[in-house]
Ligand binder design. Structure first.
Ligand SMILES: NC(=O)C1=CN([C@@H]2O[C@H](COP(=O)(O)OP(=O)(O)OC[C@H]3O[C@@H](n4cnc5c(N)ncnc54)[C@H](OP(=O)(O)O)[C@@H]3O)[C@@H](O)[C@H]2O)C=CC1
Ligand SMILES: O=C1O[C@H](COP(=O)(O)O)[C@@H](O)[C@H](O)[C@H]1O
Length: 485
């Protein structure tokens, strides 16, 4: 495969929050590390009235605010800003796209990043096509949300496919850009120790938790129309589940990895109305405190009452030979006591304990993969407690711990978007989500929502700063399982 070099990155939504907090700082990081093509130009566009100089100044201000202080350097920021220019454009104004075509020659290699609301995707794509900016040399990256259900996701995908073939479409799930998420692949497929145990014969259950302390973060219109299931489970958490559950791919390439992930997503057992009471819990945070900081209830933060869930816990099953009978418990919520993204694998008990007659108890092994903020892989194993007990033997659970931050202390921690922007520029879609994956994700999520709507499930209030409603604890305790908090 010959990879077309990119000479221009065209950034829609260049004045927005995502651009300021993540995209420009990521591009700055890549530039400082010498990873951007030397001649790469970055053209920002939005409706705001800016010229090149004022856009550059606003970009440098964003870098100053969002790049860690020990990595921000004024002269490097100015050098980076020299790559930037700006075109004022309303994405709904088709003839206006001619202004972009005056500045950009797609034949030189063009990557486009849509960091705008999805309602603008279709007019933007049509505008690009009308101005000749959707040709063979052009790649298109799209931010989430890619629809709010399967039907709307298909509409977006169809609109994209009308001008950009799948191999030039880069759907972002920023969790795939996180080092620790990619490390899951390394753990599973660069080591011989885990794969023989990675199945229902040895694994009792899997927990995936994404706990956040933040609330609406100024995105109330979007979030209240979405809720935790569609905001977090449909994309990030199902991608994590797919990476945990997939078969070993033949290669680390886009087709092999995505083929295996989509098989998992299609094997998710639908949750029907009868399953809802034992498989789904939703919650909405009430007033409370995180640490010593008082936190308002969701309805107060939103300014109105709402039935939107800010917490969801699910019991899912992957119906295939490897995972038959292994529950995957998923849980995510806002305004929880701590920020924590973690995959917890509970192995089964040993088949027979040679220590039992000596009074020693064994516990099943556990593997804890901490994705953020800690970056750790910890295997809990049984060890003998030191001592000369005549009566018997004492065993204790101890961690075999790999602190990834310490192990790679000499490496800068990168923003997930650095990986993704670099791959977009290089034309490598491995860490982007293919259409069939997104649609399989939506199909399952739509089923969950339809079932909970049919059963009239309503979110239970949980105190901000707690781990969610008590019903979420009951969801696992019914199976004799405790959440790993
Ligand atoms: N912020 C975040 O952390 C995350 C955001 N996302 C998604 O990324 C996308 C962008 O998010 P975010 O940056 O937060 O949103 P913002 O509302 O902060 O920014 C939206 C951007 O789109 C531009 N815009 C709005 N309307 C038009 C238009 N008609 N024509 C051209 N440009 C327009 C705005 O600029 P102007 O007003 O000048 O036109 C602005 O640059 C959204 O889909 C969001 O859901 C996904 C994950 C995280
Ligand atoms: O996509 C989203 O992700 C963030 C959480 O991302 P993280 O990298 O901080 O874990 C979440 O806050 C937001 O609601 C959601 O849209």
């Amino acid at each position: 495969m010959t990879i077309q070099k990119v000479s221009t990155l065209l950034l829609f939504g260049a004045t927005g929050d995502l651009s300021h907090r993540m995209l420009l700082p990521s591009l700055y990081g890549l530039d400082v590390d010498g990873l951007l093509p030397e001649k790469l130009k970055i053209v920002g566009t939005a409706r705001s009235e800016l010229d090149d100089d004022s856009f550059r100044a606003s970009a440098v201000a964003a870098l100053r605010e969002h790049v860690p202080t020990d990595f921000f350097d004024h002269s490097r920021a100015d050098q980076f800003a020299a790559r930037l220019s700006y075109v004022q454009l309303d994405a709904k104004d088709k003839p206006g796209f001619a202004k972009l075509a005056e500045r950009i020659d797609p034949a030189d290699g063009l990557a486009i990043f849509l960091s705008t609301a999805p309602s603008l995707f279709e007019p933007t794509i049509q505008g690009l096509a009308s101005a000749g900016l959707a040709g063979d040399e052009v790649r298109l990256a799209l931010e989430k949300p890619l629809g709010s259900n399967l039907a709307s996701s298909r509409e977006i995908n169809d609109a994209v496919a009308a001008e950009f073939p799948e191999e030039r479409t880069f759907r972002i799930d920023h969790y795939l850009g996180k080092e620790t998420v990619q490390n899951l692949l390394a753990l599973r497929f660069a080591n011989v120790a885990f794969e023989p145990l990675w199945n229902s014969a040895h694994i009792d259950h899997v927990q995936i938790s994404v706990a956040e302390t933040v609330g609406l973060e100024g995105r109330s219109d979007y979030y209240d129309g979405s809720g935790a299931l569609r905001d977090m489970v449909q994309n990030h958490m199902l991608q994590l589940l797919a990476l945990v559950a997939m078969e070993p791919p033949a290669d680390f390439d886009a087709t092999s990895i995505r083929d295996e992930k989509v098989k998992v997503l299609r094997s998710l057992r639908p949750i029907g109305p009868d399953d809802v009471p034992n498989h789904v819990v939703t919650g909405q945070f009430g007033a409370g405190a995180i640490g010593d900081q008082p936190v308002k209830a969701y309805a107060e933060e939103l300014g109105r009452t709402s039935q939107t869930e800010t917490f969801v816990a699910l019991k899912a099953h992957v119906e295939n030979w490897r995972w038959a009978g292994v529950p995957f418990y998923l849980r995510t919520g806002k305004r929880m006591p701590a920020r924590k993204t973690e995959i917890f694998i509970q192995f089964k008990c040993i088949p027979h304990s040679i220590f039992a007659k000596r009074g020693a108890k064994t516990r099943p092994n556990k593997l804890v993969i901490s994705i953020q903020p800690e970056e750790n892989i910890r295997l809990m194993v049984m060890a003998k407690t030191p001592g000369l007990d005549r009566e018997g033997i004492r065993l204790r659970e101890v961690p075999l711990d790999v602190g990834l931050r310490d192990a790679f202390a000499d490496t800068r921690r990168r923003i997930a978007y650095e990986r993704l922007l670099l791959d977009l520029i290089d034309g490598d879609p491995t860490l982007f989500v293919r259409r069939d994956e997104v649609e399989a994700q939506w199909q399952w999520i739509d089923g969950v929502r339809a079932s909970w709507e049919q059963t009239g499930l309503e979110p239970k209030v949980y105190g901000a700063g707690s781990w969610g409603p008590s019903a979420a604890i009951a969801l696992t305790e019914r199976d004799g399982v405790q959440w790993h908090d």
